[in-house]
Ligand binder design. Structure first.
Ligand SMILES: Cc1ncc(C[n+]2csc(CCOP(=O)(O)OP(=O)(O)O)c2C)c(N)n1
Ligand SMILES: [Mg+2]
Length: 800
């Protein structure tokens, strides 16, 4: 097993077990009793998680021939860590992201608590049953953070710590109501780049109250992990301001090291490669003995030390690593006082206590029937009593364990509560100007809010990955300031150097400035967007990003939406309309991302009044029980605004489309556009209106909402809800059967081409389906067929 370098020599890093600690409030006898009881709980969690997976794979009837799956070895690797955390160290307001494949352990904990049912455990990975990986929205037990995509559940805890600090600084949360944000993580998660992006951002923001506990089993999915790299992790974390606590050896090992021959044994363990350690763990006591006798032949004391252990005891000794020793874990957690972010590196064995222990293929490996029955017998559980919480332990012990569980920190965990709503003004004022871009309009709406005393304005938090100015957030930030726990003067302003950006940073600031790391950006939005359920007080996060770089953080965006975080995402500028910036900055597929992403309502407005309307709607929708996050795809292209005679267009704009030029009933064609190409669509409509009587011009503000509602209306026929006509069916129903539609947007044409399927209309879809390039707008629109000539040509073709 590879050593951590110089673990005791640093200010912040230390190895638990060099000095044994007992918390001052507990006598050694009471601690011993606690350890004995928690050891029993650990066994129960190991058993119940194993049995849950076994039942789902081997006992529950199968109908589809598919593997059900589950991770017994990954669970067993963490049961002691989770026992010590949930039944001892957890504070009532701490929140935990659980390593995804240890999900069954979390459910077993809640089963012991009486908060999870046997039926749900039996239905593990089945419809309505316990989810494979902890899910805030699908599981019925309290889940603080969903996990599944490794790395994201770890980093999100750091952003939630920042959000907690933000709320304290803004008087929305009392300091005594804060907790630690804790990630229980696999060691292979340390390979994910987003972890390091998060470390850097955390350091910049003075991260505190964050624990990451690494299940350091030195195995990933495929392999035993590289020996070399693990020497570096404590360096990296300490550099970023973290305290590193290494839990390498359990009490048994530490006691053995103190005996004659023990120093040699300790040194041997230090130098044992990860793969060798895993192989010997799998092979067991006899193999350990043979290897140690060979490697340590003639070393004084070793022969006696080995002889004092039978094979089973030797295997127990050699795998008695810090992460499996309850006592060591309790000491480590108790010793980590203060608010410095802390990384616990808890050495473990993947599959500890199971016949799978150490095998390189154990990630998805499962115990066979004989093996699980062997484990059951070993734990004294009678056949048929597998789901009994305390089977085989006797009434007295069972009662003591029941009492411990009922009085444990997890039983005292503060439940999530509903946050009161933040009032949204009936309408947000429309920015003035005959010619405007949607991006500028967005900035002006926020600026007007920032200057107002609306309650809503105080709850808006803006953030951007180093694109605050170029996405028009600057005016809001000038008004409301940057958020920093420590005040930072704007040095340029003090020196009277003229600049449009006056960015002083202070506790009351409402903009969180991030470095260029879109993963961080989306995780920050996720944490901000979970403020209501997490902390009982609402924030309305608004994040801006260059539209093409949404793709950089796509998994984190999906992660935020999956756990129902609520934020307003603004992708701007977008499309080839960005012209001079060229192909690397011109987004193409984001309309499809917006349509395809659940939990995110996507819009592409064209006019400033649409922007104001949609933003007001978004701030409400982000708070609604059945609401979601919202995405606006905007542009810097300035276009002439539309005169409006009344507000009748608004309902349609919110539903996804409205007639900018109403067709006559039974008209034979319509032009359909989205976003920045509105002027081209209008110009083509003007030119064609005499040739095609009653020609319609449909403004599509949201292909996403149109399609979603169309699908829902059709599904209503099957799921028993009332059959109704969807908005898009009603709109297109005004045209003649077989009418022609030319659709156009600055993005993937597929975002609108599906409209032909609604009523069977013939469609000629225009849009960008190849990379853009530099050029001015006339050249680019001509080259990519987004100009009015292209629309007219396409229409002509439909009528040929
Ligand atoms: C982003 C992402 N990539 C790949 C996977 C598939 N996957 C699940 S667990 C895992 C390896 C986990 O190893 P480790 O974190 O060390 O956990 P252990 O099971 O060893 O405790 C992988 C690659 C995933 N869940 N998420
Ligand atoms: Mg691992």
């Amino acid at each position: 097993m590879q050593a951590m370098p110089r673990p005791c020599s640093r200010k912040a890093g230390f190895v638990i077990g060099r000095m044994d600690q007992t918390p001052p409030t507990m006598t050694p006898a009471a601690r011993a009793e606690q350890v004995a009881l928690l050891t029993r709980i650990e066994e129960r969690l190991r058993w119940l998680s194993s049995w849950t997976v076994h039942n789902a794979n081997n006992l529950r009837p199968k109908r589809d021939g598919l593997k059900v799956g589950g991770h017994q070895a990954s669970c067993a690797s963490m049961t002691a860590i989770m026992t010590a955390l949930y039944f001892h160290a957890l504070g009532p307001r701490d929140k935990v992201a659980v390593k995804p494949h240890a999900g069954p352990v979390l459910h077993a904990i809640h089963y012991l608590l009486g908060e999870q049912t046997r039926e749900k455990l039996e239905a593990f990975r089945g419809l309505g049953g316990v989810q494979s990986y902890p899910s805030r929205t699908k599981d019925t037990i309290p889940v603080d953070f969903s996990t599944g995509s490794v790395g994201l559940g770890v980093a999100v805890t750091a952003f939630s710590s920042l959000v907690q600090d933000y709320l304290v600084a803004h008087g929305q949360l009392a300091e005594q109501d804060t907790g630690r944000m804790i990630a229980l993580m696999g060691d292979a998660e340390l390979d994910e780049g987003n972890i390091y992006e998060c470390l850097i951002e955390g350091y910049k923001h003075d991260l505190r109250n964050c624990w990451w506990i690494v299940d350091y089993n030195r195995q990933s999915l495929d392999a035993t992990t590289a020996d070399r790299m693990f020497r570096r992790f404590d360096d990296i974390f300490e550099t970023c301001g973290w305290r590193v606590v290494t839990l390498k050896h359990g009490r048994l090992q530490r006691e053995a090291f103190a005996r004659p021959g023990g120093t040699a044994l300790e040194a041997w363990i230090e130098n044992c490669p990860n793969a060798d350690f895993a192989v010997l763990t799998y092979l067991g006591g006899a193999a350990w003995r043979e290897r140690l006798e060979r490697d340590l032949a003639g070393v004084p004391g070793v022969a006696d030390l080995l002889a004092a252990h039978d094979d089973a005891a030797l295997a127990r000794l050699m795998t008695n690593l810090g992460g499996h020793c309850i006592e060591t874990l309790l000491d480590a957690f108790d010793g980590a006082t203060g608010d410095q972010p802390t990384l616990f590196i808890a050495y473990t064995v993947k599959g500890y206590g199971l016949p799978l222990a150490g095998h390189k293929d154990n990630h998805s490996g499962m115990m066979n029937t004989a093996q699980i029955e062997g484990l059951r017998d070993e734990l004294g559980i009678a056949p048929g009593e597998e789901w009994d919480k305390w089977a085989g332990l006797g009434d007295n012990l069972a009662a003591r364990l029941e009492a411990l569980v009922k009085d444990s920190p997890i039983a005292r965990k503060v439940a999530e509560h509903r946050a009161p709503p933040v009032a949204v003004p009936a309408r947000l004022p429309v920015p003035e100007g005959a010619v405007q871009s949607t991006q500028a309009a967005f900035g002006k709406v926020l600026y007007d809010l920032a200057k107002s005393d609306a309650a809503l304005a105080d709850r808006i938090v803006t953030t951007a990955p180093d694109v605050t100015q170029t996405t028009n957030l600057g005016a809001f930030v000038n008004q409301r300031g940057l958020f920093r726990r420590q005040e930072l003067a704007d040095v340029f302003q003090k020196a009277r150097i003229p600049s449009a950006q006056k960015w002083s940073a202070h506790e009351a600031g409402q903009h969180i400035e991030l470095g260029i790391a879109e993963n961080n950006f989306f995780l920050a939005l996720t944490s901000l967007g979970l403020a209501a359920p997490h902390f009982g007080t609402r924030l309305l996060p608004v994040g801006t990003v260059y539209d093409p770089f949404i793709a950089r953080g796509l998994d984190a965006l999906n992660y935020g939406c999956y756990q129902d975080a609520r934020f307003l995402l603004v992708g701007t500028p977008s499309g080839i309309t960005l012209a001079g910036e060229g192909g690397a900055h011109q987004s193409i597929n984001t309309p499809l991302i917006g349509m395809g992403q659940p939990g995110l309502e996507s819009f592409e407005p064209a006019f400033a009044d649409e922007v104001a309307l949609l933003m007001g709607w978004a701030f409400q929708h982000m708070q609604d029980e059945d609401g979601s996050s919202v995405y606006l795809r905007l542009t810097t292209r300035q276009i002439a605004q539309q005169p409006r005679v009344d507000a009748s267009w608004e309902a349609g704009a919110l539903a996804g489309a409205y007639w900018l030029r109403e067709p006559t009933q039974g008209a034979r064609a319509a032009i359909v556009y989205s976003g920045a190409v509105a002027p081209e669509a209008l110009a083509a409509w003007e030119q064609l209106r005499d040739d095609i009587p009653g020609l319609g011009l449909l403004a599509v503000t949201s292909p996403d909402r149109l399609h979603r509602e169309w699908s829902a209306a059709r599904a209503a026929r099957w799921n028993g809800s009332a059959r109704r006509k969807s908005h898009v069916e009603a709109l297109l129903g005004q045209l003649a059967p077989g009418a022609g539609l030319v659709t156009v947007l600055d993005g993937s044409p597929a975002a609108l081409s599906w409209l032909g399927g609604v009523r069977g209309h013939r469609v000629s879809p225009l849009g960008t389906d190849r990379f853009g390039q530099t050029g001015d707008l006339p050249d680019l629109y001509r080259t990519y067929r987004l100009d009015s000539e292209a629309i007219i040509d396409a229409m002509a073709e439909l009528f040929l």
